[in-house]
Design a protein around this ligand. Structure first.
Ligand code: ZN
Length: 228
């Protein structure tokens, strides 16, 4: 079954020094209209990020409900939320979807309960309808969840069949589309026996095996596209 996917711009911030000095990052979330359900992939930036962090990272926050309204949907229409991971800039609006199932990998949920990992009042871990599902699975026909750990212990990506091909929403498994492209190059070099290629994450061959036509990221507006 094919879905229609709408990207929502839900804010941005200044990258931490360790990530990329003086770099501004966008924050994306996606509305997925599937024939059987409406899904969200990520829910934007938390409202209750500590003031010191807001000051340091210059957060600009577009409330997820505003972004969703602009995309033509409302909170009570959302059946399920898939967060790529539970950091405060990807799951910060989860509290606004009390009706929706929230799909997480067990390791991510465990991490989110650790101090300082995220903003718990916006995640709503205790009242939200969190469902732990481990590994790779089909959430719906044409919507597949794939574990892509690294940036966080239970990071996951979502492959969606659309009218314009297979779209992979890859969250923060790479910081941007170019980083993903470079990782593929490194993997190809390693496979061809060239020494010194950086090691690829164990899941990268699996992602490529799924033959995505396009790959979109949580903090990039550029989209990776397969060779025509
Ligand atoms: Zn993160």
């Amino acid at each position: 079954m094919r879905s229609t996917v709408t990207r929502m711009h839900v804010g941005g911030f200044l990258a931490p020094e360790s990530y990329g000095p003086n770099e501004r990052l966008v924050v994306n979330a996606w509305l997925v209209r599937h024939p059987e359900a409406k899904l969200l992939v990520d829910t934007g930036i938390a409202e209750h990020i500590p003031a010191a962090d807001v000051e340091e990272l210059k957060f600009v926050r577009v409330p997820i409900l505003d972004a969703l309204a602009a995309a033509g949907a409302a909170s009570d229409e959302i059946d399920a939320v898939v967060n790529c991971h539970l950091h405060a800039d990807h799951a910060g609006g989860n509290v606004h979807f009390p009706r929706a199932r929230i799909l997480v990998q067990p390791r991510e949920l465990a991490a989110a309960r650790e101090p300082g990992y995220s903003v718990l009042e916006d995640l709503d871990l205790d009242r939200g309808r969190y469902e732990q599902r481990e590994g790779e699975y089909d959430l719906l026909p044409g919507v597949r969840v794939i574990p892509t750990p690294g940036h966080s212990p239970g990071h996951q990506s979502v492959l969606i069949e659309t009218d314009v091909g297979r779209l992979l929403l890859a969250g923060q498994c790479y910081r941007d589309a170019s980083g993903f492209a470079r990782a593929i190059t490194a993997l190809e070099l390693a496979r061809a026996g060239h020494p010194g290629a950086p090691e690829a994450p164990a899941w990268l061959p699996r992602l490529l095996e799924l033959e995505p036509d396009r790959v979109a990221f949580g903090h990039d507006r550029a989209i990776w596209a397969a060779d025509a």
